[in-house]
Design a protein around this ligand. Structure first.
Ligand code: SAM
Length: 215
């Protein structure tokens, strides 16, 4: 991989309150989406987050004059985010794997923090915990499949940035490598940025963003 911006530091600060039904655990700091959206897009560009969560990417995109699009599997989160977006009609309550079935345009840029899975987990977060789809291998395969579909929704030369972390534990989970490998089957890896969190939690000093290009 060629160096994009190998090391940067950003403030660890959650600027928006999370809803009571969810809490802050899944939210990433606004500074992260803001850094990549500013760096890789211009006003009026479409910014896509296929795992919208609590909408951090979409809120920041709208704040910066970009046009947000997103998919979120959980109805409660989808409704909470849509209610706060001017472009509420651009967010879909659905499955990122079905991205080609939804009325979405080709995108200029994609930034997301996908759901993480530990190698020892007994459920697969991509299928709402369906036990028949449990297993790390199935999760990684599905991530590859989802990003293959997302690649088809991207404009030529568009960038796709994925935030990932390796997960410590009794069994170490090399998520950055495994998701990166799966996604690189359909998108070309062009760089990795490691972000040091300023004022971050002691047990979460940094995060990784893998950068891919649609050729
Ligand atoms: C880590 S969170 C994203 C957090 C987001 N970056 C934020 O700051 O709020 C991942 C989200 O993906 C959603 N999700 C899980 N599987 C999905 C799927 N197959 N399609 C779309 N969304 C999915 C989860 O419900 C969760 O809200």
């Amino acid at each position: 991989m060629k160096n994009e911006d190998s090391f940067i530091s950003l403030p660890w600060e959650l600027e928006r309150d999370a809803p009571e039904f969810e809490g802050n655990d899944i939210k990433s700091p606004e500074s992260l989406a803001r850094y990549f959206i500013r760096k890789y897009t211009k006003k009026g560009d479409s910014v896509f987050d296929p795992f919208t969560g609590l909408g951090t990417t979409l809120f920041v995109a709208e704040e910066l004059g970009r046009v947000p699009y997103g998919i979120e599997a959980e109805r409660e989160k989808y409704e909470w985010v849509a209610a706060q977006l001017d472009n509420w009609m651009h967010i879909i309550n659905g499955d990122a794997a079905r991205v080609l079935n939804y009325p979405l345009p080709k995108m200029d840029f994609c930034f997301t923090s996908p759901p993480y899975m530990k190698i020892s987990d007994k459920w697969n977060p991509l299928y709402s915990g369906d036990p028949s789809k449990a297993g790390y291998d199935k999760y990684i395969k599905r991530m590859g499949f989802i990003y293959k579909k997302i690649a088809e929704k991207m404009k030529r030369n568009a960038l796709v940035v994925i935030q990932l972390d390796n997960i410590d534990g009794k069994r170490f989970t090399p998520l950055v490598r495994d998701v990166g490998l799966a996604v690189s089957k359909s998108l070309t890896p062009i760089g990795e940025t490691i972000i040091k969190w300023e004022n971050g939690k002691k047990d979460y000093p940094h995060t990784h963003c893998l950068i891919f290009k649609k050729k």
